[in-house]
Write a protein that binds this ligand. Structure first.
Ligand code: CA
Ligand code: CA
Length: 370
């Protein structure tokens, strides 16, 4: 990236009356950090155009890394590894209830960093706008892996995240989701290319979020199983929990899949909005493939196979067309029902690994699994 020309203080002063129109991105700096203190300070003190490059290794901060510093549309703040090095930020030394990273800011891009072993939530973006989360991992935390929350949560992109192994012991697994977009509002938020698996509660949860969110190219699997020997386990285990708390909102899920979850593959969760579910696949979930019993969902070209309670539970306001449970629609066979390749490393582009699992070759129905 070409370096921006910085306006020095002296030249700015020389402009005299022109001060009022000075660009705000006067300082574009690259900061290289190699210990937790410097990392914390760099995050807190970032200014528009700051690039924070984190040297390889595992970091153990003792307080939540946080910032309220905004970038701008033309001078984003970047947080990323140095070169191709591997960076893990581990929450093991945080106090009980601590989060690893809390951002309340706009125009950040966070790339290729693992956030693991958080006492509570791993990453929380509160009232963030125009942030990009690119190929991050959130692993084995004590509540949800990645959270967007608060009003004015707009135009954020979560791309190619892996979020797995989260479990909240205090609530017997009731709350820990792979991605939680909950308790807030704001348009233009996108989840794409996510793998959300083996979390105690849901793969993805939009509880009490009042604006539409779009999900695509995402897999949710193995959620809601008691993997922790919890005798009072309370995880729900929906692949995609698309609402709740009385919000009526038309979320959109395209070309995504849910399998082997303990609950439903896809559920309105009492959201009566016109949720759009298009070309998705629900396979071998313990409850319904698609549970839309009370709302007005638009279900099109979806494929449900071998779900415990059945393919679909749909109320009279649901519009259903081209799905394999609709009359005259046949069920294509899967090329593979062996999911092992879905856990492989991602492609060099950061995209989901190549798999034949749940692919059919159909150009009209079901997820394409890519
Ligand atoms: Ca729950
Ligand atoms: Ca949940």
């Amino acid at each position: 990236m070409p370096r921006r020309t910085a306006l020095t203080l002296a030249s700015a002063l020389a402009l005299g009356a022109g001060l009022a129109v000075l660009p705000t991105q006067a300082h574009a700096a690259t900061v290289v950090v190699s210990n937790s203190t410097d990392l914390s300070n760099a995050i807190r003190n970032a200014t528009p155009g700051t690039t924070i490059q984190v040297r390889g290794g595992t970091y153990y901060p003792t307080a939540t890394l946080q910032s309220t510093a905004n970038g701008t549309s033309s001078s984003r703040i970047l947080l990323q590894p140095y070169g191709s090095e591997t960076v893990k930020i581990d929450g093991s030394n945080l106090p009980d209830g601590g989060w690893i990273f809390k951002l309340t800011a706009d125009y950040w891009t966070v790339s290729r960093i693992t956030f693991q072993n958080s006492p509570d939530s791993a990453v929380v973006c509160q009232s963030c706008a125009s942030t990009v989360w690119d190929n991050i991992k959130t692993i084995n935390g004590g509540d949800s892996g990645f959270t967007l929350t608060g009003d004015s949560t707009t135009n954020n992109t979560v791309r190619n995240i892996d979020s797995y192994g989260h479990y909240d012991p205090a609530n017997h697994g009731e709350n820990a989701d792979g991605i939680a977009i909950k308790y807030g509002s704001g348009s233009g938020n996108l989840v794409t290319g996510a793998r959300l698996y083996n979390n105690s509660d849901d793969g993805l949860d939009f509880w009490s979020f009042s604006s539409p969110v779009t999900v695509e190219h995402t897999w949710a699997m193995g959620n809601g199983k008691n993997r922790w020997g919890d005798s009072a386990f309370a995880g729900d285990g929906n692949g995609y929990k698309l609402g709740g708390d009385g919000e009526v909102v038309a979320h959109v899920v395209n070309n995504s899949a849910a399998w082997d979850n303990a609950g439903n593959g896809f559920t309105e969760n009492s959201n009566k909005g016109a949720i759009v579910i298009n070309r998705t696949t629900a396979y071998a979930n313990a409850k319904w493939g698609y549970y839309f019993a009370t709302g007005a969902a638009r279900l099109g070209k979806n494929l449900a196979v071998s779900n415990g309670s059945g393919s679909v539970n749909k109320g009279s306001s649901v519009v259903s067309a081209g799905n394999n449970w609709d009359s005259g629609i046949s069920t294509p066979s899967f090329r593979s029902t062996d999911a092992s390749s879905t856990y492989n490393a991602r492609q060099s582009s950061g995209g989901l690994p190549v798999t034949t699992f749940l692919t059919t070759g159909s150009t009209t129905i079901g997820a394409t699994m890519d």
